[in-house]
Ligand binder design. Sequence first.
Ligand code: SF4
Length: 365
Amino acid sequence: MIITYPHMGEAYIAIKAVLDDIGVESIVPAYTTKATMQLGSKLSPESICLPFKIMLGNYINAIKSGADTIIITGSCGPCRFGYYGPIQKQILEDAGYKDVEFIILDSPGEDFKKFISSIARITGGRFIAPIRALRAGYKVCCEIDKMNELVYYIRPRAINKSQVKAITHSFRSNIVNVKGSAQITELIRDTVNKLKAIELDTSFEPLKIGIIGEIYTIIEPFSNLETEEKLGELGIEVHRSMTVKDWADNTIVRPVTGRKPYTKEKRLSKPYLPALIGGHAQQCIAHAIQYAKHGYDGLVQIYPMTCMPEIVSRSILPQIEKDYNIPILSLIVDEQTGEAGYVTRLEAFVDYISGGREQAKAAIN
Ligand code: SF4
């Protein structure tokens, strides 16, 4: 069995750490490119959301490199994600990839026995080593979050922004060549040290933008045209509302320890969206409120074309904009999204919110 999994931001780093530690052979799919997206789009239903298409492209690349088993998380929530695994399996079979196995990992909170039996399929029935490996994988997620927070701080303040790009891109190239949680953690720490050595203009006070929206498109940099990097290079301190660690906390750790997931987010979003409608729509609303309360200057919502939960969030966000006096830009991504138009909208938004800050300063003085 040679396992693979779709890309979603830094998730591959933690999954690779866990599988390496257990001793299960796996293939990290090649980083997503336009060709990957086109490969997946060709086989996908036209109106399905972008993550489905990109993931399909990731699988085919990994199968061509030797993978025969695909791991994907499941969901019983009321959006399309719950259908991803079964439909993708059918599409791959129809395309001639008949012998590929799918292991769908539903949250332990939904069906604990099924979760354990799926884990047993991956680990060959072993449990002690996998528990240790899962803990180590979780720690890797924590290290990644710390590194990202540092990048968010450094990028807008760096005197030479190309140094940040060079270090983060070299991290991406090197991480696939190290094995196991110990080596991965060492590379992350080494990267953090290099980032800390970059010369900064600490007197610069950047505008702050929170990134909210659909989980895949805010976490996976290819799908959002590297929004974090682009905003950082425009001199903005960004913060992303969801990370792989948050997802693991709410989907695995909390259910296993008997706690309810996303309690704070559900409480905050309740006046605007009291019902679960799938995806992370309630979280999007809650994150918008949290960022506004923490004094952020603006928000960028990113979601895939036809994403049902985020279309609902988008219809609510103008009310949050008014209630909390925070500008919000909504960006929709699909395989037709052109980079030039996307960047122009980001730049125009940055100009708009920096104008707001100047006006506020003028009013105070
Ligand atoms: S949340 Fe949106 S993008 Fe994600 S699977 Fe559901 S409909 Fe598709």
